[in-house]
Every structure is written in C-alpha cells, then in structure tokens.
Design a binder for this molecule. Sequence first.
Ligand code: CP
Ligand code: NVA
Length: 315
Amino acid sequence: MTFDLDPIFKGRDFISIHDYTKEEIAYLLDLASKIKAIQKSGQPYPVLEGKTMGMIFQKPSTRTRVSFEVGMYQLGGYPLFLSPNDLQIGRGESVKDTALTLSRFLNGIMIRTFSHDEVLELAHYATIPVINGLTDLLHPCQVMGDMMTILEHKKTLEGIKLAFVGDGNNMAHSLLFGGAKTGMNVVIACPSGFEPDPEIMALAKEDAQETGARLWVVTDPEEALHDADVIYTDVWSSMGQEKESAEKEKRFASYQINQKNLALAKPEAIVMHCLPAKRGREITDEVIDGPQSVVFDEAENRLHAQKAIMAVVMQ
Ligand code: CP
Ligand code: NVA
C-alpha cells in the first residue's frame, strides 16, 4: 500500500496537539491506522529511509523510548538514543548550541524532559522537526495513541465522554487538547489544588469552540465517572514529583479507579492508563487486568501514532 504524505506537515515540530488544526489531527489519526494496517500485513513502509532521529531522554521511559526507536527503524530510518549522561548538555552545554549542532547531523529530534520551555527553546533553534516525548506540561504523543485506541473501540471521538480521574497533570492537559480538537467531551476529576493549569484549560476551551467539545473540571470522581464512555487515570505523582507522593496518596485516596466506581460508567466503558501504573493506588489490579481495560492497546498504538507523526514531519 502506498499513498502520498500531505506536504503540509513537512518540517514542522510536534510539541502540542494545540498547534495542529482539527483536520490535521484527524489526518494523523487516519494515517496512524493506515500505517498500523501496513505493519500488520507484514508490508514494509520505509518512507524515512536514510533519515536519522536523535532521542534525548532527561527522564526514564519504557514505552516512549522503545516505540520511537522501533518506529524509526520500521520506517527505514535510524534512531539514536541520547542520554543526558552522554550528551554535553548534561555538563552544561546550552540548549541553543545543542539544537544548532544536532540540526547539522540529524533529520529530527525527539525529546523527553522536565521543562516545557526547554523543548520550545530547542525547537526555536533547531532547523529540524522537534517531537515532544513528554514534558511536565504535556504528553501529546501519548494522547495521539490514546485517541487512536478510543477510535478503534468506540468508532468515534465526537460526543463521547472521557472521564480523567486523578492529578491535573501533563496527561490531563494533553487529553483536554485532544478532546478540544476532536469533539470529545473531557471531564477532569481532581482534588482541589490539583486542577489542570488554567492557561491550558483556557486554550483548550478556545479550540473546543470549533468542535463543540465540552471540557470541565469537578472534584467529585463519581460525578465524572457517571455515564462515561472512557475512564482514564494516571499516577498521582508524576516523574520528578516523587517527594510529594506520600502526601498525594492521602489527598487522592478517593480518586482510585476500582470495581465499585467503574460501575458508575457505561457498562461498555473502556479503561485507559498511559502507564506506568502504580497498581493498587490510582487503579486496582482487578480493573487494570479486567475485561474493560485497553491499556496495552494504548501502549501498542504509541508505535503506530508516532510512526505517522515521524513520517510526515521528517518526509
Ligand atoms: N506512557 C509513557 O510515556 O510511558 P514511558 O514513561 O514508559 O515512556
Ligand atoms: N504523568 C506521568 C506520565 C508518564 C507517562 C508522568 O509525567 O510521570
């Protein structure tokens, strides 16, 4: 199967779902499912033959590292894993000089780091596409895989209700943008003081005017779960917040997804988690291993969704 890649994406960064139009997000989701079908049929799809992508990781990763590395290889390209222990950036070389240097060798950069501003700075100076593999603020590639997964199970995103129960974190933010661009209604249930960033919420609500998506925040997890089509949860303490975890466990105790509150959602609701999970905390074993859980479909779809992104921006 061959098809032309839309040149509109060529050379662009993928830092936030907010930066793309609703049509572009729909195109990427459709391309991801085509690329998945090609992969499943055993056909090669070497559209990035001869291209290289550096992957900078300032935080640990299982899924992001493996899916980007394998994805780049499957597209015919070559991925380079760049740890901060090996890069001069770890010894204080500037983001600017790193961006300018890497742009002379590579066709793209994927970065996972703490500060979102660091990714914006890298993208500003780099002359090649920069892909966000997670910051403290956003995790857009995860949500592209997630929306692909919801589409596979629910056939549509428009008008469905996704209940995110937990911390108003990077996942909550990217899910709000994802909902806004696709018409999926997203409710975030979190303890007061742990709401999503108001600036992100405001931007997402602006985006949502075009699709009619409803985006809102509640403190009562039961209210959010009521009639949900998709239940989403994530760790209560994200990478870099380990010191706060004991305190957060107390604040978030009633935000656990378990067999009892799962019953508040629609009977056919699917349960999602970006992983890694803290089993027994934000989600019970019974639910994550239960028949409604699609967490490993989500993990797999990272590969296909990111292949679509890499293919178009580095074409
Ligand atoms: N979901 C996700 O990004 O997982 P990793 O931290 O393992 O990459
Ligand atoms: N919110 C989590 C997501 C991990 C994929 C974190 O940032 O650690």
